[in-house]
Design a binder for this molecule. Sequence first.
Ligand code: RP5
Length: 155
Amino acid sequence: MGSQSDWPTMRFCADTLAELGVSFEARIVSAHRTPERMFDFARTARDAGFKVIVAGAGGAAHLPGMVASMTILPVFGVPVETKALGGEDSLLSIVQMPGGIPVGTLAIGKAGAINAALLAASVLALSDEGLAARLADWRRARTQAVAERPVDEES
Ligand code: RP5
């Protein structure tokens, strides 16, 4: 993620990966404040054994696209909600990549962070039957948790 301030959003991604038993590292890598850290990370990620990168950033959210420009690993971008523009700025900064440099762009905020984890797990599950089973169980549990009828909220 681009900043400590992204962590309240990106921890939903981390928590979902943990629930699925997917090992991960959560790092702060800013395209603007720590560009050399970003270059080093993106250029070495594949050799270091990473399989998928989830990049969350807000505002002028250049991190996912810049990382994608330096690696052939799948990169999923999570637009973080911003105070000034509600995260539409983040979304538009991430989604409109030029042809040839793909970033799989998720929804703004919490839903995007969770779905980035699920997509990353889906990619990894292509070559990991144990993870595929855990992912199927996770999805089944969410389906079973949906009530048939609504209940009144407690006041
Ligand atoms: C982006 O700028 C980060 O991804 C963050 O969403 C946004 C604001 O960062 P802070 O000023 O809160 O550190 O690079």
